[in-house]
Design a protein around this ligand. Structure first.
Ligand code: GRF
Length: 196
């Protein structure tokens, strides 16, 4: 996908720090990923991701899930915002909401997520803690297509990360995040070019 007109238009969903969002923006800026970020959608008014978007001059929209009566109504509002910004690939980057089929049906096979383990190992919200506690020697990160079942969609790419003897949670998290920041732009490139 080389021409400007075919460039993927990403809608990024983030709930927290947004370091993956910024890594994707950096990859686009450096020419490692042929895409544009149309919009950042955030569900958490305190998320650092919003400040990052402002600094990067990327449109940011706050859609607070607490303002909606149901998961469906919230997902409908998020989908509408993404469509209004012409996003054609949806990139979950620390999005701490479970998505409904209602949402996924708006973007069939075009929703990606990053998870901090080597899936299918350590699904769920405490993947890094769980890997540490299990005493495994390696964990990692995974980019996958999103399906209704949590952390279970087809895998696009993975990076293995070692767990060192004296690792604590923050040391391991930092090592995994560094791997994520390289992996996610690469995986988005594979998916949007039809290679995954
Ligand atoms: C990442 O570790 C990702 O794997 C998980 O949430 C974290 C988000 O970090 N789903 P950030 O907001 O991109 O810094």
């Amino acid at each position: 996908m080389s021409s400007h007109s075919q460039r993927a238009k990403l809608g990024v969903l983030a709930s927290g720090s947004g370091s993956n969002f910024e890594a994707i923006a950096a990859a686009i800026h450096d020419g490692r990923l042929n895409a544009t970020i149309s919009v950042l959608v955030c569900n958490n008014p305190d998320a650092l991701a919003i400040a990052r978007a402002q600094r990067l001059d990327i449109p940011a929209i706050l859609i607070n899930h607490r303002d909606y009566p149901s998961r469906q109504a919230f997902d409908q509002a998020v989908a509408q915002a993404l469509q209004a910004h012409k996003a054609d690939w949806i990139i979950m980057a620390g999005w701490m909401r479970i998505v409904t089929p209602t949402f996924l049906n708006h973007f069939p096979n075009r929703v990606l997520n990053i998870h901090p383990s080597l899936l299918p190992a350590f699904k769920g919200a405490h993947a890094i803690e769980d890997a540490l506690r299990a005493g495994v020697k390696h964990t990692g990160c995974t980019v996958h297509y999103v399906i209704p079942e949590l952390d279970a969609g087809p895998i696009i790419a993975q990076t293995q990360v070692p767990i060192l003897e004296d690792d604590d949670l923050s040391a391991l998290r930092a090592r995994i995040q560094a791997a994520e920041h390289a992996l996610y732009p690469h995986a988005i490139s594979l998916a949007t070019q039809g290679s995954a």
